[in-house]
Design a protein around this ligand. Structure first.
Ligand code: ZN
Length: 321
């Protein structure tokens, strides 16, 4: 059974684009049991960098009214998917797809959080405070390579309150896309395991979107998990947008994180339908090939089970209560 930390199927369907990776009809053969399905209010798509070194500007903020209008449309798309809403680890079962309702960027929320409980009632169980832009709660990293993730200020007062309320309600707080100052603010504030749903090891690929060794250590010490992102530009040592990237490059990040903070703290966070992933993987139909590559890379039966689903199930159980 495979549980995944991030996909952008909803945004792709909302835009009317062709589904590239999360073709749900492929799920049974691939043993794909679902995972985090993002509601992402889009910024203008950044240009793909044409060199291996790049420093794209930070996209501007999105007005709350506009974000709230668009996210309702995204939520309608989410509700139309032939999936089971996941609000408990037991909702994930072999042979069906369960979806965690995840908000990637808290722009649609009122800064006084007066609508947070209504979102919880809708099934929201995971919030990334930011996508890669500033909002009323925190600031995300711009897309830069090579660069440290220490690119801006930490959480606002509203952001700190959002973390506290998420802790109380049992909503997972996602650290992916957050800058380093914000990461450490959440690490100090949150009583939950720290989770980065779709980020990699900065030591292996020096993108702003990846986690430094100190950040990885904090995730491990908290009992959390890092979902390894399959996006080639966050995987490759040269940060390049190269479709012909071998699956062993993804396995390299899984291995690095497992060696550094333990096999209990690494999982998958594909970024399917939101990024360029290795062409040999394609979408969820190719996941068994990635599992084979893990085995070939020295992961035993138990290690593979932890990376593919057990670690996600444990952290969801600890967070949702
Ligand atoms: Zn993302």
């Amino acid at each position: 059974m495979i549980i995944d930390g991030h996909n952008d199927l909803v945004a792709r369907l909302w835009r009317g684009d062709e589904v590239r990776h999360v073709r749900l009809e492929d799920a049974p053969d691939a043993d794909f049991a679902g995972g985090f399905f993002a509601l992402y209010v889009p910024s203008p798509k950044p240009p793909n960098p044409t060199t291996d070194h790049y420093a794209l500007p930070l996209p501007g903020p999105i007005p709350r009214d506009e974000a709230a209008r668009i996210v309702d449309e995204l939520y309608e798309v989410f509700c139309s998917l032939p999936v089971q809403l996941a609000t408990s680890p037991g909702d994930f079962r072999p042979g069906r797809v369960a979806a965690i309702l995840h908000l990637e960027g808290a722009e649609p929320l009122a800064t006084d959080l007066s609508d947070l409980e209504a979102w919880y009632e809708r099934g929201l169980r995971s919030i990334g405070l930011v996508w890669s832009r500033p909002n009323a709660f925190a600031e995300g990293v711009p897309f830069r390579f090579p660069s440290t993730p220490d690119t801006g200020p930490g959480l606002t007062a509203a952001g700190r309150e959002l973390v506290r309320r998420c802790n109380e309600l049992g909503i997972l707080v996602d650290l992916s896309h957050l800058n380093e100052a914000g990461f450490w603010d959440v690490a100090r504030l949150s009583s939950h395991p720290l989770v980065a749903t779709h980020s990699n090891a900065h030591s292996l690929c020096a993108s702003t979107r990846n986690l430094t060794d100190a950040q990885l250590d904090a995730v491990g010490a908290s009992g959390g998990v890092v979902g390894v992102n399959f996006a080639v530009s966050f995987v490759r040592e040269d940060g390049g947008q190269v479709a012909a990237t071998p699956l062993e490059e993804i396995v390299r990040h899984v291995g690095y994180i497992a060696d550094r903070i333990g096999i209990d703290h690494v999982a998958f966070g594909s970024d399917f339908d939101g990024a360029l992933v290795p062409e040999s993987l394609g979408g969820i139909a190719g996941l068994p090939k990635l599992v084979d590559a893990l085995r070939a890379g020295g992961f035993d039966h138990e290690g593979v089970a932890k990376v593919t689903h057990r670690n996600w199930l444990r952290v969801l159980g600890d967070t949702w209560m």
